[in-house]
Design a protein around this ligand. Sequence first.
Ligand SMILES: NC(=O)c1ccc[n+]([C@@H]2O[C@H](COP(=O)([O-])OP(=O)(O)OC[C@H]3O[C@@H](n4cnc5c(N)ncnc54)[C@H](O)[C@@H]3O)[C@@H](O)[C@H]2O)c1
Length: 246
Amino acid sequence: MRTAVITGGAAGLGADVARRLSEAGYRIGIFDLGAERVAQTASEIDNAVGIEADVTSPEQIAAAFEAFGETPDLLVNNAGIVRFGAMEAQSVQDYIDVVNVNLLGSCFCAREIAPAMMERGSGHIINFTSINGIHPAPGVGLYGPTKAAMANMTQAMAIEWGPKGIRVNAIAPGMIDAGMSKPIFENPKVRAVRGGGVPLRVLGEAADIAEAVLFLDSEGAKYISGHELVVDGGVSTSVMAHLPRE
Ligand SMILES: NC(=O)c1ccc[n+]([C@@H]2O[C@H](COP(=O)([O-])OP(=O)(O)OC[C@H]3O[C@@H](n4cnc5c(N)ncnc54)[C@H](O)[C@@H]3O)[C@@H](O)[C@H]2O)c1
């Protein structure tokens, strides 16, 4: 049975990834904040164990992997936060929190488990980036910059750990009608304008991201490493389509 740890898996995209991998036969570890909500989500998923852990704490991460009881085949660094507001208006604490959770949290989880994966000679890490890391959006402070740094970190880990049998990839979701973006798309006007701006003319679903995780972790993707897979209906490549024409 393949095993996967999903950080931030108690809700949003991570919970869907956990559900989809469980359906595909994986044993699942969910690391997230809040003992009750972690236990609740895990109880709804076959073969899942929920472990309360803050990814910004190397001690809690080490304890969580210990509690999971085995080196997972796959680590999904999905836990992430965004703080909305103008760059100059965000607090110093906002900047620190976003860097800590998104960039350092993912790094801490990967560095905790990579030695055991290397010893085994196999492992796969998927970092959740964002199209904001490729094309900056206004009003999200250091969110995009942390995702850009995570994309570079993905490549750095892939070249350092590849020789020891570890693949490291990233998934960059676009505008997904789930998780942290769901409240944005509850406004019908925003939903119509943003959805209409996607070449495929539709917002993404959590399932689109979960399927991408399953594909990247499949045997068919065994030669893919250091790659950032953009799952966005084409929106991040569509700037020319939005320029006025005669
Ligand atoms: N939803 C989207 O449209 C979208 C788009 C691009 C990228 N992403 C990325 O996908 C990932 C999941 O986002 P989501 O939309 O499901 O968000 P979400 O807010 O619904 O879920 C994030 C989860 O991470 C957990 N988390 C936050 N801080 C944590 C910490 N310190 N330790 C452990 N867990 C922590 C939260 O408790 C929550 O369960 C994030 O990395 C996000 O940046 C999402």
